[in-house]
Design a protein around this ligand. Structure first.
Ligand code: GLN
Length: 547
């Protein structure tokens, strides 16, 4: 056993992006991870982000999109959501490092005097710390570690990361590490032609800093001609078969791995890394994609009522989890994105008329709160299936207090710090917290569900673990009063103190949770609450009087 462990080498893949941002590097990295996993390899994956924030936890969704939370309580980049959904891996704190986090460690060490009087510099001190972050993935339980470098090659801020991966691969050797460069091959309408020049230039920048990509993955709107593929191979010093196309997919991002597998990207990777090319088992994934694409006889429309609706990345995991729920129920689902402030202006009935389900996701701050509460009243009164998540649950509690329990001034301490009726209030442990970054109640916590509830039926379990990200909680002073008025406390922390799930009696499906179920949904394992919610919405759509 000892001997085997000594011989084990974790191989590394480094994925960079060129020409423009938003090329889908995360989805490409996640797709590669899935393929290697389905060939029987144990894969681990991380993202290195060149921005200076220590983590994205303090950034507005407008800046950064969703903050993805891991089981171990890290607030991370949304690409980790893709990694978990595609490769079904469990990410950790080691799965996301930023320039800020790297510098923080180095500066703390410098203040302690650990550098023994030396000048602390980007090279080698910062690059060494980046290499430590990459090496944190190594271990006997990992065959292949994938590292995605955020940003675009040519950015000033990504230079230390590129230098670090250049050194890393130099140290481990060409059979233990590969560079994959994702680039854009645009189609120029006026010339009716695809252009390879931006990719050549992007590879040129990489070469200047000593990185020669082994594989090029070309994002393109339409299939490339053989002539373009050859040209890129020639100019970029890459074998022709290692110039891979990633054409825009027609239906779902979950088709991407199938396209890459068709071009045998995973086979080439394994060969170059001197790893045995085992059988690829993609049947279940293919079946999922086919099921998603196939025309459906049943349909339903779900409203997502939020305050970052204009930004598609802000509720990424929510939309994906809904899609998983729709596939699991075999229904064609459409999403109506509703801006909460619009509801305040025009009324819930005007904007939610005809939907079969209402979802209110998490969020912070008071903008749009009253619109979300109106949407929840509408769902409650009309018997429309409702799923409330984190802030969505807190709004459901406020709505119940006002609309059912008769507490007209009910609110959350977050939005109305002076209201006497704080049905949602700051958690005890949060009262002494001053700093903003990484200080919420974060990560996986256990929850006990109560028998006979919608939630227990959906999970088919009574003990669950879900991920959290919040500072405020249900105020237990109101518990008995709300229960008497028809609220069901469906789930609590194991000590019974923290209300985690609420439901309503006399409603077809009304479930709201303090945690974020969307982070744990997978294409092949739709999250029980999303599956149950879409099931209830589809049932409403089927019923002729309600559709
Ligand atoms: N703002 C609320 C809190 O901090 C809800 C957080 C969330 O929805 N993630 O408790």
């Amino acid at each position: 056993m000892k001997k085997q462990e000594r011989e084990h080498v974790t191989k590394h893949l480094f994925i960079t992006g060129g020409v423009v941002s938003s090329l889908g590097k995360g989805i490409t990295a996640a797709s590669v991870a899935l393929l290697l996993r389905q060939r029987g390899y144990r894969v681990c994956i991380q993202k290195l982000d060149p921005y200076v924030n220590v983590d994205p936890g303090t950034m507005s969704p407008y800046e950064h999109g969703e903050v993805f939370v891991t089981d171990d309580g890290a607030e991370t980049d949304l690409d980790l959501g893709h990694y978990e959904r595609f490769a079904d891996v469990c990410c950790t704190r080691n799965s996301n490092y930023t320039t800020g986090r790297i510098y923080q460690t180095v500066i703390e060490r410098e203040r302690r005097g650990d550098y023994l009087g030396k000048t602390v510099q980007v090279i080698p001190h910062i690059t060494d710390e980046i290499k430590t972050a990459i090496r944190s993935l190594d271990g006997p339980e990992v065959d292949i570690a994938i590292t995605e470098i955020g940003g675009t090659v040519g950015d000033i801020e990504s230079l230390p990361f590129l230098e670090a991966i250049r050194q890393y691969r130099q140290e481990i050797g060409t059979h233990n590490g590969l560079f994959i460069h994702l680039t854009l091959v645009p189609f120029i309408k006026a010339a009716q032609e695809m252009k390879t020049k931006p990719s050549q230039q992007s590879v040129g920048i990489l070469r200047e800093i000593g990185i020669i990509p082994d594989i090029l993955v070309c994002r393109c709107e339409r299939p490339m001609e053989e002539e373009h593929l050859r040209k890129l191979a020639l100019f970029c010093n890459v074998r022709r078969e290692l110039v891979i196309q990633e054409v825009d997919v027609a239906h779902t991002i979950y088709e991407v791995p199938l396209e890459l597998a068709r071009q045998e990207l995973d086979t080439y990777i394994l060969e170059m890394l001197d790893l045995h090319v085992r059988d690829l088992r993609l049947d279940e994934w293919c079946a999922f994609v086919e099921r998603t694409i196939a025309p459906k006889t049943r349909t339903c429309e779900i409203a997502v009522v939020g305050k970052y609706i204009s930004l598609k990345d802000a509720y990424k995991s929510i939309y994906e989890a809904l899609a998983h729920g729709a596939a699991a129920n075999d229904v064609q689902m459409t999403i109506r994105q509703v801006e909460a402030t619009e509801i305040e202006a025009k009324g819930a009935a005007a904007l939610l008329q005809g939907v079969h389900g209402v979802l209110v996701p998490g969020g912070f701050g008071d903008r749009g709160i009253e619109g979300k509460i109106q949407a929840i009243s509408y769902a409650r009164e009309q018997g429309i299936p409702f799923l409330g998540i984190c802030l969505g649950m807190q709004c459901a509690v406020i709505e119940f207090a006002r609309g059912v329990a008769g507490i007209a001034d009910a609110n959350s301490q977050e939005f109305a710090p002076t209201t006497p009726s704080q049905v949602i209030h700051l958690m005890e442990e949060q009262k002494k917290v001053r700093a903003l970054g990484g200080t919420m109640r974060l990560g996986a916590w256990p929850c006990d569900l109560h028998d006979g509830t919608q939630a227990a039926a959906a999970y088919a379990a009574l003990h669950i673990s879900e991920r959290h990200r919040h500072r405020y909680e249900f105020n237990n002073d109101y518990r008995a009063r709300f229960e008497a008025a028809g609220m069901v406390i469906a789930g609590t922390s194991p000590d019974g103190q923290l209300v985690e799930v609420i439901e309503l009696k006399k409603h077809p499906w009304f479930v709201a949770c303090q945690f974020h179920p969307e982070f744990k949904s997978r294409p092949l394992k739709a999250h029980p609450l999303f599956k149950g919610f879409v099931h209830a919405a589809a049932a409403r759509a089927d019923s002729p009087s309600k559709a």
